[in-house]
Design a protein around this ligand. Structure first.
Ligand code: 5RP
Length: 223
């Protein structure tokens, strides 16, 4: 019998806890896979020193497990590890993120960490990013000009209805872009006035991925 999507996520979440060492200062991402990771961490005997969360959702879950959550500004050195899921990951550890609307805080916490451990199931592995629409958190007054610029770049833009991020901003989902050079695309999208953050994680790529498959969890390290 094959494992369900949730069972695959649970397996990779438990594998991620096995990567941790006691006393770590952890950055924690957001999403359904991370929810399983937080539960697995809370149920394990491993004690982390503290966690910095990328969302209100993850913060509440961490606290419910009695894990100490502090503000990023209370931490004076890089966090030991950032653990998060992704919407897509390619063969270089570049990712698309933001399906759960937490991309800005995720990118901030990832950038303040020594390494990014990505936890996914194998449905998230792609050759080229862009099959999943690229989320873009944008200042509300810039929705129109940013959408026009994205259209001129070859994308089709949809406002994510009824969603505001934890920072109070809307999200545009951009379909149809082929992200052939993730670093260049990340910079290009960031350069549009009004863009807060885009969901391409190339500058903050994964150092390592744990990939859940029907045959078990595979580990991939990126140079
Ligand atoms: C949230 C994210 C998530 O990591 C991404 O959407 C994957 O989520 P899930 O683990 O639920 O598939 O980037 O902003």
């Amino acid at each position: 019998m094959s494992l369900s999507s949730d069972e695959l996520k649970q397996a990779v979440a438990k594998a991620a806890v096995r990567e941790l060492t006691p006393g770590m200062r952890l950055g924690v991402g957001t999403g359904s896979t991370v929810d399983f990771f937080i539960d697995a961490l809370g149920e394990s005997s491993l004690a982390v020193r503290l966690a910095v969360s990328s969302s209100v959702r993850s913060e509440q879950r961490l606290r419910a497990h009695g894990i100490q959550v502090v503000s990023l500004n209370a931490v004076s050195e890089p966090l030991d590890l950032y653990v998060d899921g992704a919407d897509e990951i390619d063969g270089s550890g570049f990712m698309t993120k933001g399906g759960g609307a937490a991309l800005t805080r995720e990118k901030i916490v990832a950038s303040a960490s020594k390494a990014f451990l990505c936890i996914v199931d194998d449905s998230k592995q792609v050759k080229t990013l862009g099959r999943f629409p690229i989320p873009i958190e944008v200042i509300e007054m810039a929705i129109e000009p940013v959408s026009r610029a994205l259209l001129a770049m070859g994308g089709q833009v949809r406002l994510r209805e009824g969603v505001l991020t934890d920072n109070g901003h809307p999200i545009l989902d951009v379909h149809g872009l082929v992200i052939d050079d993730p670093r260049a695309w990340e910079d290009r999208l960031n350069a549009l006035p009004g863009v807060v953050t885009n969901g391409i994680f190339a500058r903050q790529g994964a150092a390592k991925a744990l990939v859940s498959t029907q045959q078990g969890v595979r580990s991939i390290s990126f140079g």
